[in-house]
Design a protein around this ligand. Structure first.
Ligand code: 5GP
Ligand code: MG
Ligand code: MG
Length: 192
């Protein structure tokens, strides 16, 4: 029936102009990354460290896609905020671990939502290396290579994206849209 047809039309949030990465595409890629990382870390007892809050949704799916589960895997979180103007990363990054984390001698896998200028990821990777990690690698769901101001190539990457501000799957605009199960671009009128 017509009503049935209408109910099966793909619906997304009214503020979203365009879905760049649908739920199914993210799921497929996260599952691939999970299996690859599980193989690489099978004997490393990794400490998987997610950046709050943006990487939480990706991290939750990624660690459950690690098959078989790496023995000894631990989860930790770090808060990173960059100083300076909102649109231009100053390169100064303030980082706070959530709870005490022993890094020395551990294989650290940093989980990021997106690498933009690269400043945040580089600061965190340097911090863990300085803290005596046995190895430090970066997995990021998204990367905007055109936007780099510092050299930063994720060791594992979900998707490169063009230079558009994206939300969903953990990523916010003014703390909104993190729970959307896809990555999308906001309608221009939704920016304050
Ligand atoms: P970077 O230090 O690499 O310049 O910035 C990384 C951080 O900037 C990300 O973790 C994220 O919080 C924010 N960011 C960069 N690009 C985007 C984007 O397109 N959408 C959202 N929601 N946040 C972004
Ligand atoms: Mg982040
Ligand atoms: Mg944000």
């Amino acid at each position: 029936t017509r009503r049935h047809c209408l109910s099966t039309v793909a619906q997304h949030h009214p503020h979203i102009q365009e879905v760049l990465l649908p739920k199914q595409a993210i799921e497929a890629r996260v599952n691939e990354l999970g299996r690859q990382i599980a193989a690489d870390y099978a004997d490393k007892r990794p400490v998987v460290i997610g950046t709050l809050k943006g990487a939480v949704v990706f991290m939750a799916d990624l660690v459950r896609a690690m098959e078989p589960p790496p023995p000894g895997l631990e989860l930790e979180f770090v808060r990173a905020s960059s100083y300076g103007a909102a649109t231009v990363s100053s390169g100064k990054v303030d980082l706070r671990m959530v709870g005490p984390t022993a890094i020395k001698g551990r294989h650290v896998l940093l989980v990021e939502d997106i690498v933009d200028s690269g400043c945040t990821a580089v600061a965190l990777l340097e911090h863990f290396a300085t803290a005596g990690a046995a190895s430090v690698k970066l997995v990021s769901l998204l990367s905007k290579p055109e936007r780099r101001t510092v050299t930063c190539e994720p060791h594992y990457l979900g998707f490169p994206v063009e230079d558009k501000f994206v939300v969903g799957y953990g990523l916010d605009y003014a703390e909104q849209y993190r729970s959307l199960p896809y990555i999308g671009v906001l309608k221009p009128e939704c920016y304050a």
